[in-house]
Ligand binder design. Structure first.
Ligand code: TXA
Ligand code: MG
Length: 358
């Protein structure tokens, strides 16, 4: 039986449910909890059997390491060999917050947490419920996103319930998450800090602290995966998905033509588009039109994306056409998740092609 408890984030002080959830964690149980990014599936990071259960429950490959969640920098220091000055600067600026740092692991941290790697990923989440839970457990909490492997990360407790009901001890519901996408993963064991996953802390944010040349982002295809998670096929919706890049007017024309064509063939498409064109497309009444929010407001697209992708599966659409956003700020992380969901299928639309007549 999975116990489902709702907690108002404003009442975490000495909340008896959180005290109990902390005890469940300390005793080897699994508790799903909210963070500012997505819901996490927590277990005692220092208890190898709890950690193995996290992998089992999610159906996660054993070579994909977990992030450890702490409430204070002091606790982080007990997990890593050292916190170099650059990590301290980043911590001072971004913790608590959606930045995960990969550092050298201390031998006291069970190797299973890091899938045997000599490193460990750590972060301090910016959510009062998460922080109170970690404090009440009194141990670092290993927590991947609380979805079953192959599903989008959960941004609401209902998503966790849909994936994990019956297989974990508790789900703590504190409403939808603020950021909606996972944390940024930054490898600080590399000579130059390497961005392994774009997320809630933007590249521009990192560059403001590390300088323009202080973050490495490029990844040659031939290179071994920088982050073990990157080699896995990420969430892909049941229906084939394609991402489109182009001007709003050109995309409106294309999407409406595709909706009409599909309808004529007795098929139903889902369109993920920004509000300015989503409204008009929806009025055609021909498919499932999902609104990513106002163009240029990537934080809204980030909040909505995983919920909208879950809706595409629930509605059993025949195909998904998505509009990409700006490739800056949080938009990089949104585009990264869109691309992964589309298995890399991207089409550029509406470019003027010049060709000579002779
Ligand atoms: O926002 C988040 O990061 C959420 C919340 C719950 O904190 N957690 C999350 O965890 O997204 P997960 O397990 O879904 O993603 C962790 C990512 C994976 O891509 C994994 O490969 C990478 O972090 N990672 C973990 N430990 C690593 C390590 N030692 N070296 C390189 N990459 C690591
Ligand atoms: Mg995940």
């Amino acid at each position: 039986m999975t116990e489902f408890i709702a907690i108002d984030p404003r009442t975490v002080e000495r909340n008896p449910s959180l005290t109990r959830a902390g005890l469940v964690l300390r005793n080897g149980g699994l508790v799903a909890f909210p963070t500012e990014t997505v819901y996490g599936l927590g277990g005692n990071a220092l208890d190898p059997s709890a950690v193995r259960r996290i992998f089992a429950v999610k159906g996660r490959p054993a070579d994909n390491p977990l992030i450890l969640h702490c409430a204070t920098v002091r606790e982080v220091e007990r997990l890593v060999r050292e916190l170099p000055p650059v990590a301290r600067r980043l911590a001072a600026r971004f913790w608590p917050g959606p930045l995960t740092m990969v550092l050298w692991r201390r031998p006291e941290v069970p190797a299973v947490v890091s899938a045997g790697l000599p490193t460990v990923a750590v972060r301090i989440p910016a959510h009062p419920v998460a922080l109170a839970l970690i404090e009440s457990a009194g141990v670092p909490i290993a927590a991947p996103s609380a979805n079953t492997s192959g599903k989008p990360s959960p941004t609401a407790a209902e998503h966790v319930l849909a994936d994990l009901d019956g297989s974990i001890e508790m789900i703590i519901d504190a409403g939808p998450t603020a950021v909606g996408l996972e944390s940024t993963v930054l490898d600080l064991t590399a000579p130059i800090p390497r961005l392994l996953r774009p997320g809630g802390v933007t590249l521009e944010d990192l560059r403001r602290i590390l300088g323009r040349t202080g973050v490495e982002t490029a990844r040659a295809e031939s290179e071994r995966p920088a982050s073990p998670g990157m080699k896995y096929r990420h969430y892909a919706p049941q229906a084939p998905m394609t991402v489109f890049v182009g001007e709003a007017a050109a995309l409106y024309e294309l999407f409406s033509a595709e909706l009409k064509r599909a309808a004529a063939e007795g098929k139903r498409l889902a369109i993920l588009a920004h509000s300015d064109i989503a409204g008009g497309l929806d009025r055609l009444g021909l498919g499932l039109v999902l609104d990513l929010g106002p163009r240029g407001q990537e934080e809204i697209a980030a909040q909505r994306l995983f919920t909208l992708l879950r809706a595409c599966d629930a509605e059993k659409v025949d195909g998904i056409l998505a509009e990409s956003g700006r490739n800056e700020g949080l938009g990089r992380a949104v585009n990264n998740r869109l691309l992964k969901a589309a298995s890399g299928r991207v089409i550029k639309v509406g470019e003027v092609v010049h060709c000579s007549a002779d």
